[in-house]
Design a protein around this ligand. Structure first.
Ligand SMILES: N[C@@H](CCC(=O)N[C@@H](CS)C(=O)NCC(=O)O)C(=O)O
Length: 222
C-alpha cells in the first residue's frame, strides 16, 4: 500500500494537525503541496475533494476530507481514541477544546482575509491563554499520568500539542511559567521518538509567514 498522501499547502493551517497525528502514530506520509490555483481546480474537477476543500488525505484507498474526520480515522485505527464510549467522549471533548484554542492563532478570518499577527496575538493573549491554559493544566494535573486521558497518548494530547507549540513559538517558555503540568506535558510528548523526529524535520512547517499567506490568497481568493 502506498504511503498516505496529504493534499495541503506548504504551511500549517488545518493540515498541521493531520501531519502531527500521522507523525505521532509513526506513519510515514508524503505531502502533495498546493502552490498554484490550477492544482486545486483540477482536484475539484476530478472529484478528489468532496466539499471542494483541503486538507484531503489519501490513505488505505480512501480519500478523506474534513480535518476532524481525518484525524479520527487515523487515531481510531491506531487505538488513540480510548477504550469506552465515555473515554472517547472525554478525548473528543478535550480535542475540540484544543481546536478552539488553536483557532485563536489562525491568521485568516472569514470576511476579513489574513489579519495582522499583532491583532491575532492581542486576541489570543486576552481571550485564549487565560481560558485554555489553566483548564488543560488542571486536567493534566488531575489525570496524573502526563497525558490528558488515561495512561497513554490519545488524540486529545496530539490536539493539545498544536496550540502549545504555537504558544511557545509566539510567546516563548515564559508563557507556561505558571503551568507546571503543561510544561511537563510538552516535554514528555515532544520527547516521544516519532514526534521528536517529525518536529525536527522538514514536514513540520514553521509558523505561517508572508509566503504562505500570499500563496493561500493566490490559490483560494484570486
Ligand atoms: N471543515 C473543513 C474546512 C476546510 C477548509 O475550509 N479548507 C480551506 C483551506 S484551509 C479551503 O479549502 N478553502 C477553500 C474553500 O472553502 O473553497 C475542515 O475542517 O477540513
Amino acid at each position: 500500500m502506498a504511503a498516505p498522501k496529504l493534499y495541503y499547502f506548504d504551511g500549517r493551517g488545518r493540515g498541521a494537525i493531520v501531519r502531527l497525528t500521522l507523525a505521532a502514530c509513526g506513519i510515514k506520509f508524503t505531502d502533495e503541496l498546493l502552490t498554484e490555483k490550477h492544482q486545486i481546480e483540477k482536484w475539484r474537477s476530478d472529484g478528489l475533494l468532496l466539499f471542494l476543500q483541503v486538507p484531503m488525505l489519501e490513505i488505505d484507498g480512501l480519500r478523506l476530507v474534513q480535518t476532524g474526520a481525518i484525524v479520527r480515522y487515523i487515531a481510531g485505527k491506531e487505538g488513540l481514541l480510548g477504550s469506552s464510549p465515555e473515554e472517547t467522549a472525554r478525548i473528543n471533548m478535550l480535542f475540540e477544546g484544543s481546536r478552539d484554542f488553536l483557532s485563536y492563532f489562525f491568521m485568516y478570518r472569514p470576511g476579513r482575509g489574513f489579519i495582522d499577527i499583532q491583532e491575532v496575538l492581542d486576541d489570543a493573549t486576552s481571550k485564549a491563554l487565560p481560558r485554555y491554559l489553566p483548564v488543560f493544566d488542571k486536567v493534566l494535573k488531575e489525570n496524573g499520568s502526563g497525558f490528558l486521558v488515561g495512561n497513554s497518548l490519545t488524540l486529545a494530547d496530539i490536539g493539545l500539542l498544536e496550540p502549545i507549540l504555537s504558544v511557545l513559538d509566539y510567546y516563548g517558555e515564559e508563557a507556561l511559567k505558571d503551568y507546571p503540568s503543561l510544561q511537563e506535558f510538552h516535554k514528555k510528548v515532544t520527547s516521544l521518538p516519532s514526534l521528536a523526529e517529525f518536529l525536527a524535520g522538514p514536514q513540520r512547517r514553521k509558523p505561517n509567514d508572508d509566503v504562505y499567506m500570499s500563496t493561500v490568497t493566490k490559490v483560494l481568493f484570486s
